[in-house]
Design a protein around this ligand. Structure first.
Ligand SMILES: O=C1O[C@H](COP(=O)(O)O)[C@@H](O)[C@H](O)[C@H]1O
Length: 256
């Protein structure tokens, strides 16, 4: 098995979401055949809800024992609980609240009305992660980590030319003055994300083409944070045709 980054292109956003959802269900079934519990990390952004909606719409979702799945997030917007812009709210609406999952297995990052300040919230999520650490790690090894990619190449809340992408001594950081609203956020750090078995980046739209092309052409992670992302076993970019225009042809596998 190769650990090279792969790029799979689908014709449009709808077929992309459906294909990723189908692969997610089958891969999670495989994972749960091999181990008792699966740890999955979710993301926010434009494609995240589309994929989770497609999971819900798939009849195959009933074959999964969701009570053996833990859900985490790679970043969160520092907003009150229930705010529609929160990444966890969007995932709950699309899928999680519709499934039978023990509440303690949905590991949402703290909210702005939790009574914690941003630094304590980061420390609190780090503690939650550490409870599931294995092999001396202070975090679980995610079996699948989903990531969106911003038009500037940011992943989670790790933005270009900011220190966050370089942090290696913590698992969770507070983010202030984010270039994308809201200004305050929480984010996993790169070592935690890259510790995942599989990283699945899902992105669509022409506004993502340039960042993706730069990342795959060897740009630095400071310039284009997604360039610094690589999972332990697999790193797959699931993209639509519109996002593919600057991807080197030899890296592309078309799924149609
Ligand atoms: O704000 C965020 O943006 C990124 C990318 O979002 P997109 O809408 O441009 O796809 C997302 O991955 C991240 O989780 C989120 O907080």
């Amino acid at each position: 098995m190769t650990n090279e980054r792969r790029v799979l292109v689908h014709p449009d956003q709808e077929s992309l979401a459906g294909a990723v959802a189908a692969r997610f269900i089958t891969k999670t079934l495989d994972i749960l055949d091999a181990q008792e519990i699966a740890h999955l990390s979710l993301t926010g952004g434009s494609m995240a809800s589309a994929v989770l909606d497609a999971v819900w719409a798939s009849p195959a979702r009933t074959s999964l024992d969701w009570s053996r799945v833990h859900f985490w997030w790679s970043d969160e917007r520092w907003l009150p609980d229930g705010d529609p812009e929160r990444n966890d709210r969007q995932a709950r609406d699309a899928l999680l609240d519709r499934l039978e999952i023990p509440a303690e297995q949905v590991h949402a990052m703290p909210s702005a009305d939790s009574g914690l300040d941003l630094d304590s919230a980061a420390a609190s999520y780090a503690e939650d992660l550490a409870r599931f650490g294995t092999d001396g790690l202070a975090h679980p090894v995610f079996d699948i980590a989903f990531l969106g990619v911003g038009p500037d190449g940011h992943i989670a809340s790790l933005f270009p030319h900011r220190s966050g992408i370089r942090v290696t001594d913590r698992t969770v950081i507070p983010v202030r003055n984010s270039p994308k609203p809201p200004p305050e956020r929480l984010s996993l750090t790169r070592p935690v994300i890259n510790g995942s078995q599989r990283i699945w980046l899902v992105l669509a739209g022409a506004d993502k083409a340039s960042a993706l092309g730069l990342a795959l052409a060897g740009a630095s992670r400071d310039e284009v944070p997604v360039a610094g992302i690589k999972g332990r076993r697999r790193t797959v970019f699931f993209i639509d045709q519109a996002a593919a225009s600057e991807v080197p042809e030899e890296l592309i596998a078309r799924e149609y």
